[in-house]
Design a protein around this ligand. Sequence first.
Ligand SMILES: Cc1cc2nc3c(=O)[nH]c(=O)nc-3n(C[C@H](O)[C@H](O)[C@H](O)COP(=O)(O)O)c2cc1C
Length: 190
Amino acid sequence: MQKELNKIFQDCLNHLKEATSNKSNFHLPVIGSINENEVELRTVVLRDFNENNNTLVFYTDFRSPKIDQIKNNPTVSFMFYDGVLKEQLRIKTKSTIHHHDDISLKYWEKIKPENRRDYAAKQSPSSASIDFSTYLEEDWINHTEDFYQNFAVVYNEILEIDWLIINKELNKRARFFIQKSGFIGEWLTP
Ligand SMILES: Cc1cc2nc3c(=O)[nH]c(=O)nc-3n(C[C@H](O)[C@H](O)[C@H](O)COP(=O)(O)O)c2cc1C
């Protein structure tokens, strides 16, 4: 890869590594999945980035609608934007759902009991709710292990990164896409 493109690619990977911290402006990407003929977008927390297999990781409730959407079509897109750096990363991925396996267990064990509330809803996320104040299981904090069954980890293997920086002098844009030999980079018109 040309030297400048290679430097931008390595910077993208570093941004993704840093984005697992809540100090990064890239920490809360928007992800898009396909629901029949419609695009569905939502914010998630970037929980991990595995550089060995270029995989972005987020957690979700196994009962949430996005799980079925990803099962039906594992093409998931991420959109990251840092308003200070003025950099946008649009990333296409192929996703795999981990539920009740070694990977989901490894991540579950890292979650503090009080943070397991996200998986303690009585009903599926996005289902109709009569009263917002009663959506959690009774006394959930004292039996958080029960909610492991609702916990899913989604692995998203990067296929393509579209990088854009908005500069006063000149905007710059590049695309990096995976081939058998590794990532190939090319400039795009911004
Ligand atoms: C700041 C923020 C972070 C969020 N993080 C997650 C997350 O990591 N995983 C998740 O499933 N939903 C997360 N959500 C909620 C989703 O945006 C979405 O409302 C929910 O997952 C239901 O989506 P679905 O109906 O498309 O499955 C977050 C929302 C906000 C505002």
